[in-house]
Design a protein. Structure first.
Length: 245
């Protein structure tokens, strides 16, 4: 049986239980990201659109850093870190996560633009790079190899889960687009981005983080002498058992 069996159900249970905590974290980041993206979009032209897309990609990874800490915190069935403490724990990781996020975002975007399949492949094998940085202390470059190490052997299971998450995201986007269709485009797009991002980003983070814990079950965390270089042995993954409310 795949270690990822039932991960979507577990993710939904955890998401519902701690929705208020996770949505608050997402709302703070998404409001800022949506404002910046909207301003860049208003600048017009291809360059403004590309910058807006890049900001969105980077914001997703930066937000995930905080949400990964939150998911790690609540897996034991209680909230030990406040919103402020969660952001404080994530702040030192912003640099490495931003570097990895930018590199991954560019490579995935290019892969999707060239032939779609390369982009989907990279998106799948790199889906837990932020988790390896936040939970293992991996360097930005080492995180790519570590993520591939974890996903390898479970590629199609991971791809299938990500595809289901994409369908959920698409459904939310369509519904919100219809709800705000009566508003001016800029305002409707802004509200749709903020609300949609706030709702879906925590769920994506929960799914990918729980996948990480499932995939690391029985897989040793690299140390200074490990195969992916020196990123230390502290901050390794926590218990990989199922969530217990």
């Amino acid at each position: 049986m795949s270690p990822l069996t039932g991960v979507l159900g577990e993710s939904w249970q955890l998401y519902r239980t701690y929705a208020r905590h996770l949505l608050t974290i997402a709302l703070i980041v998404y409001v800022i990201a949506a404002i910046v993206s909207a301003l860049l979009g208003l600048a017009g032209g291809i360059f403004g659109a590309l910058l807006a897309a890049l900001v969105t990609i980077v914001a997703e990874f930066l937000l995930t850093a905080a949400l990964v800490k939150a998911v790690q915190d609540v897996r034991d069935g209680r909230v030990d870190l406040s919103v402020g403490q969660t952001f404080s724990a994530a702040v030192p990781l912003i640099g490495p996560v931003a570097i990895a996020g930018i590199l991954a975002g560019i490579a995935i975007t290019v892969g999707l633009a060239i032939f779609i399949i390369p982009g989907l492949f990279l998106l799948t094998i790199w889906c837990v790079i932020v988790q390896t940085i936040v939970l293992e202390g991996a360097s930005p470059f080492a995180s790519f190899g570590r993520s591939w190490q974890l996903v390898r052997g479970h590629f199609w299971n991971v791809f299938g889960i990500l595809f289901m998450v994409f369908l959920i995201l698409l459904g939310v986007d369509i519904v919100l687009g219809l709800v705000f269709s009566f508003l001016p485009y800029v305002l409707g797009h802004f509200l749709s981005s903020v609300i949609g991002g706030t709702l879906i980003a925590p769920f994506i983070a929960v799914v990918t983080t729980l996948m990480y814990f499932r995939l690391t079950s029985g897989v040793p965390t690299p140390t200074a002498s490990g195969p992916y270089g020196n990123w230390g042995s502290s901050g390794g993954p926590g218990p990989s058992g199922p969530y217990q409310p």
